[in-house]
Design a protein around this ligand. Structure first.
Ligand code: FRU
Length: 493
């Protein structure tokens, strides 16, 4: 039996979920059962299904003492909630069970590795959480915390490593059966670094090395690392806090970074070759990946933004949703992301148009909806006279819309939800440099009730944003300043 805190949370979510039948939610993106959700945790394939846990505060739509919510799915799109898996109920995690990961053990058990937080009062009266890494082992529903917790604490930090900024272990098993994990940390100058640990049994851990240092380049603390081989390259994902902008690549605030490089397995050395943003939109953070049984590397992120998430006037008893799960690959030194192919199974009511040449504003029969998969292939309508700008407006009614706009001369794509009905002065626009030649570009737009994600040129760039416009606003229109020609293939989802 779980602790009192866990039982209370389980009872609470069961009661409240029963009252939430007529609540509007995303259709195929995982949202929280009740209350608040942030990072994806413990993304793993165990006993024939995907398990996804998440940072969870069931008792309000705001961040609070962190639990681990839990859902399972066979196709990553239809999710079933399971009872909350972890509550902050031990002396070493009493102020929160922060982010972490999971592995399926060879003996059939499921192991979770997470960050336990214990608040400590500072001499100036402020409170900071000491962060350690902990283990819980279970059967896919109930998890028991390991009696030897915490398994990593300040004693396994490198010199200068900050014990208040030490979190989000991502565990994996090596081909030789031993385990590794990476965790986010700050050095003495509050500069981010990723730590590598090793273990024979996933319970007793040893510090190996600092895998990568920020050296004051990309933000401060590095949260939620992930580390894996992909298409002959090695990928390190992390989510830095307190970023400064760099052109259109990185923006202010919390961001997501993908380092691509090589890995020397013998010396366990990561050699960085390049870095790029993972998502160029407004709402995406703390992604985590799973290796699917068929070998695909699939990533899911929290589709929110820490700087804006507390400012919504969104009248729902839930807050927070995940991105669409994305299949990853590396091509020409860049991270490529495409919606999981399982999404194709949800497609219905195909509507297609070819070689539509127009300028001005256009609406098309059959093209509307808030749960939509639409691919637009755009070309100039007049090769000698390139169009100036192209827009797709969606979630549109007489009053509101969100838009994607593309400027071929600058090759910049912009998402803009300023007119989506928000009454808050928060970030509503973001631009991405994309690849296009002579005004040709391909956009795949995924709409799901309260979000939009656009995959550019088969996944070279991705932009995600939440959109809280009332669901009755389901119009889609196209606008061209100059002449464009386009093909459209659209499905309802
Ligand atoms: C990232 C994060 C993690 C932490 C969790 C707390 O969004 O700050 O570093 O574990 O959220 O909820």
């Amino acid at each position: 039996m779980g602790s009192e805190k866990l039982e209370k949370a389980r009872k609470y979510e069961a009661e409240h979920e029963a009252n939430m039948t007529d609540v509007q939610r995303p259709g195929f993106h995982l949202s929280v059962q009740v209350g608040w959700m942030n990072d994806p945790n413990g993304f793993s394939y165990y006993n024939g299904q995907y398990h996804l846990f998440y940072q969870y505060h069931p008792y309000s739509s705001y961040w609070g003492p962190m639990h681990w919510g839990h859902a399972v799915s066979k196709d990553l799109l239809h999710w079933e909630y399971l009872p909350v898996a972890l509550a902050p109920d031990e002396s070493y995690d009493k102020d929160g069970c922060f982010s972490g990961s999971a592995v399926a053990l060879e003996d059939g058990r499921h192991l979770l590795m997470y960050t336990g937080v214990v608040n400590e009062e500072m001499p100036d009266g402020t409170v900071k959480g000491v962060q350690t890494q902990c283990i819980a082992i279970g059967d896919g529903i109930d998890y028991e915390k390991y009696e030897g917790n915490p398994v990593l604490d300040e004693r396994q930090l490198p010199e200068g490593g900050d014990r208040f900024e030490f979190r989000d272990p991502k565990i994996w098993q090596q081909p030789d059966g031993t385990f590794r994990c990476v965790a986010g940390n700050c050095d003495g100058d509050r500069d981010g670094q990723i730590l590598l640990y090793s273990s024979d049994d996933a319970l007793h851990w040893k510090f190996e090395k600092i895998l990568l240092r920020n050296n004051d380049r990309l933000g401060k603390m590095w949260e939620c690392p992930d580390f894996f081989e992909l298409d002959g390259k090695q990928v390190l994902l992390t989510s830095p806090q307190d970023m400064l902008p760099q052109g259109l690549e990185y923006h202010n605030g919390n961001g997501t970074v993908c380092f691509i490089g090589t890995y020397d397995e013998r010396t366990e050395t990561f050699q960085e070759e390049s870095n790029q943003a993972v998502d160029y939109g407004i709402d995406f953070y703390a992604p985590q990946t799973v290796l699917a049984p068929d070998g695909r590397r699939i990533m899911i992120g929290w589709m929110q933004n820490w700087d804006t998430c507390n400012f919504y006037t969104f009248n729902q008893p839930w807050f927070g949703q995940m991105s669409i799960p994305r299949e990853l690959s590396v091509k020409n030194g860049r991270l490529i992301q495409t919606p999981v192919r399982e999404l194709n199974e949800l497609r219905k009511n195909k509507v297609a148009y070819e070689n539509l040449t127009f300028s001005g504003t256009m609406q098309l029969g059959g093209i509307k909806g808030r749960k939509v998969d639409m691919e637009v292939t755009l070309r100039p309508g007049d090769a000698k006279n390139l169009y100036q700008k192209f827009w797709i407006r969606f979630a549109q009614n007489d009053k509101y819309f969100t838009s994607l706009s593309f400027r071929p001369y600058e090759s910049v794509l912009k998402v803009d939800r300023k007119f989506s009905g928000s009454r808050r002065a928060i970030i509503h626009q973001r631009r991405s440099q994309v690849r296009s030649e002579n005004g040709c570009i391909k956009l795949r737009l995924i709409l799901d009730n309260f979000s939009m994600e656009v995959f550019v040129n088969d996944g070279e760039h991705v932009m995600a944003a939440t959109v809280h416009t009332d669901l009755s606003a389901d119009g889609i229109s196209f606008i061209a300043d100059g002449s464009v020609s386009m093909d459209i293939v659209k499905y309802d989802l």
